[in-house]
Write a protein that binds this ligand. Structure first.
Ligand code: NAD
Ligand code: MG
Length: 419
């Protein structure tokens, strides 16, 4: 496995290794996939399927789908398989009977999966539940492909510090951040002016505010370009996902909010750009297929052969751009505000959004109320004087937990209030 974390640009430290210092890659790398049965998990397993000679699977995890997990564990001959839901252990054991695959259940089993020796770990559990397992991989100095943006939004400073201390490499797997990761290596920190992350604008990009307010679940789940899990698809429709990504970029690359711009780009071909002092803008392009950024993380510091479609710009014809609308999509404004506020505010932003999205899916609130609940929770949190730096995972989890309770208690009044 690669040794210490790489310093990035000049004196600014980060655990994201921005220069291609080619580590001596062993012939076969061991990998673990946390959240193997999800959308990112599926793309990761697909890439591993195509490169069996280069990777061996150590551990795979899922929340409750024991059958799907067992099928993957058998296919890849994993050493360890874990489900988060303890009631699914017997089903998992039965499905793996006759194999030598160890299995376990519960939150501690997911953490154990991350802690087992694998060179490379995909952190693709959804939501704040992904924080502790990702930290377990970080703490033993692994290369961690980070899809779970909630880790950074909930506990960004602290997460990146732990990665530096342990010598872990954080490989950004989210498509926009992976694009920045690739583009940033064109210059150094002193030369960086800003980064630009693109947003498709989601299904409601051109909708009037009154229609966005009343949008149904079915409409919110129709993403124009990307096929993803349910939560992130709804976040894309509200542009909360872009808000989470602004916060993610800030922690990953040690950037101030003013150094991060969002640009609406409906075709989702350019994923991220970096502007340097000479006004050169370096971009990463590719078809909207998560296997491209994941393949970059999997191959890093080399590149593997990817199965994704070739980019055909002549066929696409036009790439278009628009400024984001902070009024129709207040979730994006709230992300910048919570990032500027700091001291746990981004944790509150994420927690309140998770509560709001669950309430929207359950039919308890209108689509437009998602951002209102997040804003009300943030204001309530700030008014109550609860802001304080987060110094441990337990701190972050406690703020996350309290913010969820606060959001849940504000929910009935937000649900009653018409826009
Ligand atoms: P998903 O819902 O499709 O899959 C989530 C995975 O995590 C599943 O394997 C599920 O079993 C597991 N899981 C869920 N809750 C768990 C819990 N409490 N404990 C243990 N395991 C649990 O989600 P996804 O779309 O694959 O997204 C995963 C993460 O990657 C999210 O943080 C998301 O924001 C991020 N991400 C996703 C995409 C995408 O294209 N899907 C793109 C960028 C970033
Ligand atoms: Mg993204």
């Amino acid at each position: 496995m690669a040794s210490a974390a790489v310093l990035w640009f000049g004196e600014q430290m980060s655990a994201v290794p921005l220069r291609n210092n080619k580590a001596a890659a062993s012939a076969i790398r061991t990998v673990t996939v946390l959240g193997a049965t999800g959308s990112i998990g599926d793309s990761t397993m697909d890439l591993l399927r195509g490169a069996r000679d280069r990777f061996r699977v150590e551990a795979l995890t899922a929340n409750g789908n024991a059958q799907a997990l067992a099928k993957l564990a058998r296919e890849f001959n994993a050493r360890f398989a874990a489900v988060a839901d303890p009631s699914k252990l017997s089903e998992l054991k039965e499905a793996l009977a006759g194999t030598r695959i160890e299995c376990a259940a519960g939150e501690s089993a997911i953490i154990e999966a991350a802690a087992r020796p694998a060179d490379w770990v995909m952190a693709a559990v959804s939501g704040a539940a992904g924080l502790k397992p990702a930290l377990a991989a970080v703490d033993r100095g692994a290369s961690v492909a980070l899809a779970n943006k909630e880790c950074l939004v909930c506990a960004g400073d602290f997460f990146m510090q732990r990665a530096q201390t342990a010598g872990a490499r954080i490989l950004p797997a989210d498509s926009e951040h992976n694009a920045l990761f690739q583009a940033l290596s064109s210059g150094n920190r002193e030369e960086l002016v800003r980064v630009i992350i693109t947003a498709s604008g989601g299904p409601f990009r051109t909708w009037a505010p009154a229609d966005i307010e009343q949008a149904t679940l079915e409409q919110a789940l129709k993403h124009p370009n990307w096929s993803m899990g349910q939560k992130i698809t709804i976040d894309s429709a509200s542009m909360m996902n872009k808000g989470l990504e602004v916060i993610e970029a800030s922690y990953l690359f040690a950037l101030t909010p003013d150094q991060i711009d969002v640009l609406v780009h409906p075709q989702s071909i350019i994923h991220g750009m970096v502007e340097f002092s000479d006004r050169s803008v370096v971009a990463q392009l590719g078809t909207p297929d998560m296997r491209i950024p994941i393949a970059h993380c999997l191959g890093w510091p080399d590149r593997i052969v990817g199965p994704s479609a070739k980019l055909d710009l002549a066929k696409i014809g036009q790439l278009t751009f628009e400024a984001p609308d902070f009024e129709r999509f207040p979730g994006l404004r709230l992300a910048y505000e919570s990032l500027r506020t700091g001291r746990g505010a981004t944790t509150v932003y994420n927690a309140a959004n998770e509560v709001a999205v669950a309430a929207f899916i359950a039919g308890k609130i209108r689509f437009g109320a998602i951002a209102r609940l997040v804003e009300a929770t943030l204001n309530d949190w700030i008014r109550s004087g609860n802001l304080a730096p987060l110094t441990s995972a337990d701190d972050a989890i406690s703020v996350d937990h309290n913010a969820r309770n606060r959001a849940a208690s504000l929910l009935p009044q937000i649900a009653r209030k018409a826009s």
